[in-house]
Design a protein around this ligand. Structure first.
Ligand code: ADP
Ligand code: MG
Length: 905
């Protein structure tokens, strides 16, 4: 009999739920899980993913521009120009196909990226904790959750500890809801089922063990996911920019075609139908109908390149925003540093200082004092410290896979806790029965606001609370200190002594942790923050966490790219400042009295003063997530576009607030990832900088592609305006204009979309956040293109006109088409010579060049087509000469670029 996924599991006791789901507290067997996966299907929501090609194709016709084209076809039909009607219909179709192909490619890229962000879940199988992909969960699986996890399936709670979840995504309730395993009335509202956990919600606090009751489409989320539809798309900065760009180009298009009409009809008296047809054709060709598709392909290419460099994009427009980032707010541990923490020093309550050898997480090393090994047996203070390090700890050391010396075991858990665990194991390896048998009764995990963790333990029927945390916090909560003779009063003098040691180590870039304990009543069986007071101070450990390779260089790159890097860390001020100095965020010694680093309690100042600090200081330490948010807001009010990293639950608001939220892929919680636009799969700061570079390339390519469209279209219309003004016949027919526009725009812009970055893209200031895509730098290129195309087209027209209009138009067609095609080479970089960046370095441009050439010439030299388009065969030498002449657009641009360059140096 199948398992009932729809059963009201909230109304029965936890044990009954296990029974009904035919599972046990130690979980399913692997075989049973596989079988159930077959039977109930994967735990995923269907319907949302997958591209519907038909819909995507139909979408191409929904465009305003298609309306204009249909209108044009109507005009042609009215004018009894059936060939034009067919050509325009052909244009509509071709445009739709091209748009479809581009968007299809972009969609596929999005899908591929989504696949890279797989959600994982911790599950008990056969009594062993295993990490599996969330899709592989089946009803009856026992899952474990902790702070920051997203719930992978609907589940009945078995055990919870301080458990709170946020169900805003499902019920709209934004406040955390407390969860308890006790059974409830059968008729309970979804939002009140406090013993159930729902797929798609988050654990805000605490830990949980639960049994999966429903998966995939049977979950509450699955039931409503169809009505939810698409994930909301906010109007981002970039979207505003591209909308503005579209409008600007449309305005230019309308104005120029109105000029064509007025000149042709009112000034020059051409036949109404003819003028109308040509006007519509120029309008159609100067409206950038391909732009939206090109922009999505530019973004898709950018996102793909970023992904290959370990920055996975969750929201497409973030690719472009990265290019405008002017401040990066980064955390320290793991992003700037390797996050392989090793305890180097121990300073005990009795005043003795020890050194610990060994590197990384390898459990190989000695504890020495003045270079002599120490006997643990007669050192009760050290034994206590090692015990706390070992027990007040949630990390795990796995097997050592490699055989060689210094090989590191596989680890899981918080690196700080791993470091302490390794420390205790180093001692244990020497003296097996060092640690007495202690039982963990309850555990309070580390939290970035309280800055310590605590464990309630029982040993020989006595209960104690062990605490590990930031030294100032623990020192404040301590009133005694452990010495060889037992606990003593923690005098002011002793406080100052440990404080001095703490400062000394922090100055040496070490992360310092304090360890302490306290007796507890035997009746207490839970531990909360209220149990942490009147502690007995045991000692501190100094932990090293070396900077990552490449971070120093990446920060230099940021500086030369005009990007300010700020460190925002929970660590000690001196540790933060020391690491900041090592990686180059701070350079040199402090100037005057200006502080280089600040800590949270120094930030309790007026808003004005705070603003001054944020502007001048780049290292903020001991900060709470709230202060992160405050710093971000101040910078944004100053007009900065900020990127911010984060990993914890509490970072989510700041990540959301930042223009570009960046979550850590390895260390980060699901909540942080969901609040971010970018996930770093290697947690590395240098990756952010590489992504910024790609972001700048995205902006560059959008700009260059739209400049290409604008310059070529503008020049082509200019040819018309001048020809009509002179009183000549139309230099091209409507069909011919449409064809040039279609082939050059559609094909060449695809090539431009794939351009790479050149030279000093990271030596410019960031593009201001509200900079228009279209700006003044297009003007010289418009002039240049117009002058060359106008000059050539008009002289050629004048030259061939005596031999007949049809031949003259053919010649103009070649010139107009080829100058546009050659212009692509100019637009590969607005600054550098195309020979400098490599004529052949963009193979798509070269392919597009060949394709356009074939299409343009094909239409002239294929008898059938040339008849339709009313072309006349041009002698080959003439053709070659015209092509060579058209290439002058490149030479003129090269001279312009060279002049610009010379003026600058
Ligand atoms: P960071 O910005 O370096 O990641 P955190 O917010 O993680 O800073 O940590 C802040 C401080 O809290 C650390 O300097 C340390 O003193 C303490 N701390 C960090 N992690 C733990 C932990 N797992 N257990 C106990 N204390 C911790
Ligand atoms: Mg941390």
């Amino acid at each position: 009999m199948a398992i009932e996924q729809k059963f009201p599991y909230h109304s029965i006791a936890a044990e009954e739920a296990l029974e009904k789901l035919r599972t046990k507290p130690e979980g399913l067997t692997e075989e049973e899980a596989q079988r159930r996966l077959q039977e109930y299907g994967p735990n995923e929501l269907t319907g949302k993913e997958g591209i519907n090609p038909v819909l995507l194709f139909l979408k191409q016709f929904k465009d305003f521009l298609i309306l204009v084209l249909v209108l044009a076809a109507g005009v042609a039909w009215y004018a009894d120009q059936m060939v034009d009607v067919y050509v325009i219909l052909g244009v509509i179709l071709f445009n739709a196909v091209l748009g479809f192909l581009q968007e299809y490619r972009a969609e596929r890229a999005i899908q591929a990226l989504k696949k890279m962000l797989k959600q994982e879940a911790k599950v008990l199988r056969n009594g062993q904790v295993k990490t599996v992909e969330a899709q592989e969960l089946v009803p009856g699986d026992i899952i474990q959750l902790e702070e920051g996890d997203s719930v992978p399936a609907d589940a009945r709670l078995l055990r919870g500890k301080n458990l709170q979840t946020v169900e805003a995504s499902l019920t709209g309730e934004s406040l955390p809801i407390e969860k308890k395993p006790e059974p409830l009335e059968e008729k309970t509202n979804l939002g009140d089922k406090t013993n159930m956990l729902w797929k798609g919600t988050h654990v805000a606090r605490g830990t949980a063990t639960a049994v999966v009751a429903a998966t995939g489409g049977n979950t509450e989320l699955g039931k409503i996911s169809k009505s939810l539809g698409e994930i909301q798309t906010t109007s981002t900065n970039f979207r505003k920019k591209t909308e503005r760009l579209g409008k600007q180009m449309a305005v230019i298009a309308v104005i120029t075609s109105v000029i064509v009409f007025v000149l042709g009809y009112f000034v020059r008296d051409y036949a109404f139908e003819e003028v109308l047809l040509v006007t519509v054709a120029t309008l159609v060709s100067s409206i950038p109908e391909g732009l939206p598709a090109v922009i999505s392909i530019v973004l898709a290419i950018g996102a793909k390149r970023m992904a290959s460099q370990n920055a996975i994009i969750r929201e497409f427009t973030a690719t472009e925003m990265l290019g405008s980032v002017s401040v990066i707010l980064t955390d320290k541990t793991g992003t700037l540093t390797k996050s392989i923490l090793t305890v180097r020093n121990v300073f005990l309550g009795d005043g003795s200082e020890l050194e610990v050898s060994g590197t990384g997480y390898a459990v190989e090393g000695d504890l020495t004092q003045d270079q002599r090994s120490i006997a643990l047996a007669d050192n009760p203070v050290l034994r206590k410290l090692l015990l706390i390090a070992n027990v007040c700890n949630n990390a795990n050391l796995g097997e050592v896979k490699a055989k060689e010396e210094g090989a590191e075991p596989e680890v899981s858990g918080d690196p700080t806790e791993v470091a302490l665990l390794v420390l205790s194991k180093k001692a244990l390896a020497k003296e097996k029965d060092l640690l007495p048998n202690v039982q963990v009764v309850d555990d309070l995990p580390f939290n970035a606001d309280q800055k310590y963790r605590a464990t309630l333990v029982e040993q020989d029927r006595r209960r104690e609370v062990y605490v590990v945390g930031a030294p100032e916090k623990v020192l404040k909560l301590s009133n005694r200190i452990l010495t060889k003779e037992g606990p003593q009063e923690l005098s002011q003098e002793l406080r100052e002594r440990v404080q001095a040691k703490n400062d000394e180590w922090a100055d040496a870039a070490m992360r310092v942790l304090a360890l302490a304990y306290r007796e507890a009543e035997s009746s207490t069986d839970t531990v909360g923050t209220d149990a942490v007071h009147d502690l007995v101070w045991v000692g501190i450990t100094g932990i090293v966490d070396p900077p990552r390779q490449g971070v120093l260089e990446a920060i230099q790159d940021c500086k030369s790219a005009g990007i300010r890097v700020m460190m925002v860390t929970g660590d000690h001020k001196k540790t933060g400042a020391a690491i900041a100095r090592e990686v180059g965020i701070l350079d040199g010694s402090p100037k005057g009295n200006e502080p280089q680093a600040l800590q949270e309690d120094e930030l309790d100042v007026s808003e004005q003063e705070f603003e001054r600090m944020v502007n001048g200081v780049s290292v903020f330490t001991r900060v709470s997530p709230n202060t992160k948010l405050r710093i971000a807001e101040h910078l944004q009010n100053k007009g900065h576009l900020i990127a911010m990293t984060g990993d914890g639950v509490n970072d989510a608001p700041a990540l959301k607030r930042a223009d570009v939220g960046i979550a850590m892929g390895i260390r980060g919680t699901d909540v942080a990832k969901d609040a971010s636009q970018i996930v770093l799969s290697d947690d590395n700061f240098a990756t952010i900088v590489r992504a910024v570079r790609e972001g700048r390339i995205v902006f560059q390519n959008v700009r260059q592609t739209s400049f290409f469209l604008l310059t070529t279209n503008f020049a082509a219309v200019a040819v018309f305006i001048v020809a009509i003004a002179i009183g000549w016949p139309f230099p091209l027919t409507a069909t011919q204009i449409l064809w040039v526009n279609l082939v050059t725009d559609g094909v060449m812009e695809l090539g431009l979309a794939t351009e790479r970055g050149h030279g000093d893209i990271m030596r410019h200031k960031p593009v201001p956040r509200d900079a228009n895509i279209l700006d003044r730098s297009v003007v010289p290129y418009i002039l240049l293109m117009s002058i060359v195309m106008l000059g050539l087209a008009l002289s050629v027209f004048a030259y061939y006109l005596p031999q007949g209009e049809q031949l003259a138009r053919t010649a103009v067609f070649i010139v107009v088409a080829m100058t546009q095609v050659f212009n692509t080479f100019n637009m590969r970089s607005l600054e550098y010579s195309v020979f400098q960046i490599g004529l052949f370095s963009n193979k798509y441009v070269n392919l597009a060049f060949l394709a356009s050439l074939v299409l343009q010439l094909g239409v002239i030299y294929t008898p059938l087509l040339s008849g339709v388009f009313r072309f006349e065969e041009l002698p080959l030498p003439d053709l070659l000469i015209l092509i060579v002449l058209s290439s002058s657009v490149v030479w003129v641009a090269e001279i312009y670029k060279w002049l610009i360059h010379r003026r600058r140096t």
